[in-house]
Write a protein that binds this ligand. Structure first.
Ligand code: HEM
Length: 456
């Protein structure tokens, strides 16, 4: 292969190339590209080209072997406006310091210690569904899970002070989501002009969000002593008096805001969406449901779930993993090349955007037998032997993998267990379920579920 050989790929039509097809159904479009052109493909997006890298061996090249030749894709101005220079978007020394400082709080040992209060809040929340139970009064599961996971993420990240602000932040965040400017860059605006009203609403909601976080930070010195949140870890590990805490907050206000909102945003919507799909598949496959309910009954019975008990829910964990394969809430992520180099023998020019789509890679027939079939036994130990680590990337891979993967799995197991102890959830008859690639892969029409209270 010559040194400057470009990967094969679709050109699409006219000035916009493949952009219209990509925008219509990004996940299926990318799947088609991988199946037609192979593990690395070059896609004409109209005013520019992007690469899709879907072969696990080549994903390893991007995320591990040549990780230093890439940076995070931070072209989306709005994402940066909301979460700023937190761990998701920061680079270099800033990122290194944030990640290494945060890491001890994300270990299984540290997170298992949080299970008791998380269980308390989650149980209380889920018990509220009693008011919908046994009366054809369905709950909107996606909405409920977003409310729940943002409460859990908010308290874990920002501490006790979040509890009284939970609803307010939820409302503001919904405003941000609803008014998310669809077109973020010049090239994409070829398709649609800017919507000024949306932009104004977006900025107003962002202002309210900042105000709320700064308010919480101002009050923090008064409650830091008994707090459990990540914020405490960010301010100091040592015992500080109120004045020292206040000074520390004042000095790093903007950075604290960015770090808190980054963790909050990355934690809650991803987990809520994943949970929603997990409950959907549990309901869809009666045998899976039966096995989950049997396991929860056998391992936990009517006790309050603890970290030790959750760690014994082997089958439940496999169901969650398989649901994350087929319904990966982060359906894709991307990197931008910092310099010219090669991947899989093909030339990658500086500034090229490289898309990695878990949706595509999780469905490659070379790695996943009957990829569209839901089958939790794929995660039986014997069956995982020899499977490339890079064929399963719901939490990405390499040095910038998801720091919260253990937390996400723990919370998901907890919520499944709490539901199995109390309710039978079933899809509302006639409710349409369709995958939709927004910031996360959401159910396009939400997820309406009937609630049946199980006999005690
Ligand atoms: C099912 C739930 C979750 C999924 C599917 C998920 C997935 C991902 C993926 C794919 C990435 C890499 C993104 C990229 O490289 O562009 C990522 C990064 C990240 N995730 Fe998660 N995530 C989940 C839950 C969480 C939770 C609970 C937290 C915790 C607070 C969290 C915090 C983060 C952070 C901070 C990063 C950036 C890490 C870095 O760049 O060093 N995530 N996540």
């Amino acid at each position: 292969m010559s040194k400057n050989q470009l990967p094969p790929g679709p050109e699409g039509e006219g000035k916009l190339g493949c952009l219209p097809e990509m925008r219509a159904n990004p996940m299926e479009f990318l799947r088609k590209v991988a199946s037609e052109y192979g593990g690395i493909a070059r896609i004409n997006m109209g005013a520019y080209y992007s690469y899709l890298v879907s072969d696990p061996k080549l994903i390893k090249e991007v995320l591990v072997d040549h990780y230093d030749k890439y940076k995070k894709n931070t072209r989306y101005k709005q994402v940066r406006m909301v979460i700023g220079e937190g761990m998701l978007l920061s680079e270099g020394e800033v990122w290194k310091n944030q990640r290494s400082h945060a890491q001890p709080k994300f270990t299984s040992k540290a997170l298992d210690k949080q299970v008791d209060w998380i269980t308390g809040l989650a149980s209380k929340f889920i018990d509220n569904w009693d008011s919908n139970a046994n009366q054809e009064k369905p709950i909107e599961l996606e909405f409920q899970f977003n409310l729940l996971t943002q409460l859990l993420a908010g308290v874990w990240v920002m501490g006790e002070g979040f509890k009284s602000r939970s609803q307010r932040v939820f409302d503001i965040y919904n405003q941000i989501r609803m008014n998310w400017p669809e077109m973020t860059d010049l090239k994409a605006s070829l398709l649609k002009p800017k919507n000024l009203k949306k932009e104004i609403n977006f900025r107003r909601a962002l202002h309210d969000l900042n105000k709320t976080v700064y308010e919480l930070l101002d009050e923090y010195p008064d409650i830091i002593k008994n707090d459990i949140g990540f914020l405490k870890h960010l301010i100091s590990d040592a015992d500080m008096d109120k004045t020292a805490v206040r000074d520390s907050i004042t000095k790093q206000k903007r950075s604290l805001r960015d770090q808190l909102l980054t963790l909050f945003v990355t934690a809650f919507e991803t987990t809520a969406t994943s949970l929603c799909w997990t409950i959907y598949v549990i309901d869809k496959y009666p045998q899976v449901k039966q096995k989950i309910y049997d396991e929860v009954n056998e391992v936990i019975g009517d006790q309050t779930p603890t970290a030790d008990l959750l760690n014994k829910l082997d089958y439940t964990e496999k169901v969650i993993k398989e649901s994350l394969r087929l319904y990966s809430s982060v359906h894709s992520f991307s990197r931008v090349a910092l310099e010219d180099h090669e991947i899989g023998g093909y030339h990658v020019p500086k500034d090229m955007t490289v898309i990695i789509s878990s949706y595509v890679t999780h469905r490659l027939p070379e790695y996943w037998e009957e990829p569209d079939t839901f089958d939790p036994s794929r995660f039986d130990k014997e069956r995982t032997v020899g499977r490339s680590r890079f064929a399963y990337i719901p939490f990405a891979a390499g040095h910038r993998n998801c720091i919260g993967s253990y937390m996400a799995l723990m919370q998901s197991k907890l919520v499944v267990a709490l539901i199995a102890q109390r309710y039978n959830l079933s899809l509302y008859p006639g409710h349409r379920v369709e995958k939709h690639a927004a910031t996360t892969m959401r159910p396009k029409f939400g997820m309406k579920m009937n609630v049946e209270r199980l006999a005690a």
